[in-house]
Design a protein around this ligand. Structure first.
Ligand code: FE2
Ligand code: FE2
Length: 283
């Protein structure tokens, strides 16, 4: 039974609470190379809630700046355009992915924790493996499972059948989604990100985060997103119905030059890295 008609799914994608306008506009500015400190500040100031949260974050222990940051423009100068884009996107995403996802057995806030952890780990992997755009890696990690938000109600309706067919592991789970619903959360994520007009290489990395070897636009970004997702689950952030036996593709690790020693060192830093990040974003 139960294939989800494309129109039903698209309607659902359109009903997902959109990313706040400020997040979309800051992303567009930075992506188009049209950014300046003044332009970014002007966009952020249009949203009082994001402005207040951004300043609070920049003044948190996590960033540890030696003096108080009182103006958005100061934050933009100190952090740089790309890091501010990541920050505003994170704040925007946090607002829209708090609800529990029953289809994936994720409690309220769990997808947020998984997403932020994956973003921070992806950024760290980028630094270790020499991937130049660490903030793009962060963004791919942040958004990789966004499709689950739109697919959840359909997964919930067919939960028994999907779990019964899935065996173990997230890849197997997404295959079962595909077989039973006709779509998996990777494809739905692709639809959402296209709907939000995010860049193609980012959309590719999200849509192939369980099949990174198929990427053509930016294979390292896809490998990185996949590896970050796997390490996030290994570290215990956001285990849902689909995350228990995640198998990281060895070819992805090889592409990134991640050997066992580097992975162990990285995993050792995760509690501080992710714990500190999550605390910084608490209200
Ligand atoms: Fe996933
Ligand atoms: Fe994930």
């Amino acid at each position: 039974m139960a294939r989800v008609p494309l129109e039903t799914l698209l309607a659902r994608v359109e009903r997902i609470r959109p990313l706040p306008g400020v997040a979309r506009r800051v992303v567009a500015l930075v992506e188009d190379d049209a950014a300046s400190v003044d332009k970014i500040q002007a966009e952020i100031l249009k949203d009082q809630v994001i402005t207040a949260r951004l300043l609070k974050l920049c003044n948190s222990a996590y960033y540890g700046f030696p003096r108080k940051i009182g103006a958005v423009s100061e934050a933009v100068v100190l952090l740089g355009f790309n890091a501010v884009r990541s920050l505003v996107l994170s704040l925007g995403l946090k607002e829209i992915i708090q609800a529990p996802l029953e289809g994936y057995s994720m409690a309220a806030g769990e997808l947020w924790r998984h997403s932020l952890a994956c973003a921070l780990i992806a950024r760290r992997i980028a630094q270790i493996s020499g991937y130049a755009d660490a903030e793009r890696a962060y963004t791919a990690g942040l958004l990789h499972d966004i499709g689950k938000v739109a697919l959840d109600q359909f997964v919930r309706a067919e939960f028994g059948e999907i779990v019964g067919r899935a065996g173990s592991g997230e890849k197997a789970f997404s295959q079962a989604e595909q077989e039973i619903l006709g779509f998996d959360h990777c494809q739905v994520g692709k639809m959402l990100l296209e709907h939000w007009r995010l860049p193609a290489a980012l959309v590719e990395a999200v849509s192939l985060h369980h099949r990174p070897s198929e990427a053509v636009l930016d294979p390292r970004l896809a490998a990185l997103t996949h590896a970050a997702d796997g390490l996030t689950l290994m570290a215990g952030f956001g285990l849902g119905a689909d995350g228990l036996a995640y198998k990281i593709d060895p070819a992805a690790l090889e592409k990134l030059g991640l050997d066992t020693e580097k992975i162990e060192t990285l995993l050792g830093t995760v509690p501080d890295l992710v714990g500190g990040g999550l605390r910084a974003y608490e209200d």
